[in-house]
Design a protein around this ligand. Structure first.
Ligand SMILES: Nc1nc2c(c(=O)[nH]1)N[C@H]1C(S)=C(S)[C@@H](COP(=O)(O)O)O[C@H]1N2
Ligand SMILES: [Mo]
Length: 318
């Protein structure tokens, strides 16, 4: 049987011209002579058929963010995951289908003008949606490059209206014992928590992903909304967020709580600073055989290096 493996997302970035990526994905596929149906033929768990935001996607790609490598195969990026709530291994995509993503309320609290709880479906329809191709570098040395859909985190911070004294935004993942078997492993510091400084969260690269590969984001990748901070190790990219709290105290994240000697608050990618137990010099893209060199700030130094220029005493790279 002849199986069509190629789709729009398998194109190397260099093959996507400025003109073509401005088109809606469906139109692009049509122009390329590919049946739109191939977008839906995956037998793997993707977005829920009844997802009420399905009509929002695909969204326009922002061409400012370029890749130096091919986009990772959708099947790989959606079946090789880290989501400890569903198991401390990579094959959690099936188990994660138990995640209940509606109704989904997002809480904004702490140092904000007014605390509020917002329905995700209302929130996402107020946000400026776009698609971005970003590299992703896990602290474990695997990496990928994927098309996220979502909105700049700055839009969410503006929506939340933090008080001027707030210095950090702390995010929490849903913690539901009914659907998340990992929560039975009581030695892990649930709920999964992560934080950014307000300066980081309002940096243009910080992104809240609500979609992936031109569709609502699959549960295993952090539906209905997750953080993407591509200059940091992947563990900062907290999934399935239910709460944004604003504070003037630096939070201690899930991994830092678990193993503070190995994981810190900043976690910026740096090939020259090894992890306590392995080198960070190289990485292996999902689906590739060869190791490739890891880049400082995962290649995003031009956007973020200035955030850290006066932080001498800080462990910026763990
Ligand atoms: N809630 C939660 N968020 C999480 C994790 C997790 O275990 N739980 N793992 C992190 C790690 S280590 C990585 S590398 C990325 C993986 O995202 P992906 O599965 O979409 O590739 O999610 C991050 N966000
Ligand atoms: Mo990771």
């Amino acid at each position: 049987m002849h199986v069509i493996r190629k789709n729009g997302w398998n194109l190397p970035e260099s093959a996507a011209t400025d003109e073509s990526v401005y088109m809606r994905r469906r139109d692009l596929l049509k122009v390329m002579g590919l049946a739109p149906a191939i977008l839906a033929t995956s037998a793997l768990p993707s977005f829920a058929a009844d997802d009420p935001t399905a009509d929002l996607y695909p969204v326009m790609q922002n061409l400012r963010y370029r890749l130096d490598r091919a986009v990772t195969d959708e099947e790989l990026a959606t079946t090789y995951n880290n989501f400890y709530e569903f198991g401390s291994h990579k094959k959690i995509s099936e188990a994660a289908q138990a995640l209940k993503i509606r109704p989904w309320q997002v809480r904004f609290d702490g140092m904000v003008e007014k605390e509020m709880t917002v329905d995700f479906d209302d929130l996402v329809r107020q946000m400026p949606l776009e698609e971005r191709l970003y590299r992703h570098r896990c602290v474990e040395t695997w990496s990928m490059a994927v098309p996220w859909s979502g909105f700049p985190m700055k839009a969410l911070i503006d929506f939340a209206k933090p008080m001027s004294g707030a210095k950090y935004v702390v995010m929490q993942t849903q913690a539901d014992k009914e659907t998340m078997p990992g929560l039975k492993e009581f030695w892990y510091p649930w709920p999964y928590t992560e934080g950014l400084t307000i300066a980081e969260a309002t940096n243009e690269l910080a992104f809240i992903a609500t979609g992936l590969y031109g569709k609502p984001i699959p549960k295993q990748n952090g539906a209905p909304l997750r953080l993407v901070a591509p200059w940091k190790y992947g563990f900062k990219g907290i999934k399935s967020i239910v709460r944004f709290s604003f504070t003037d105290k630096r939070p201690v994240g899930y991994w830092e709580k678990l193993q503070g000697a190995e994981y810190g608050f900043w976690a910026n990618v740096n090939p020259e600073v090894p992890h306590a137990r392995w080198s960070q010099a190289n990485e292996k893209m999902l689906g590739e055989e060869e190791n490739i060199p890891t880049l400082l700030y995962n290649g995003y130094g031009e956007y973020v290096a200035d955030l850290y220029k006066d932080m001498k005493g800080e462990k910026l790279f763990m």
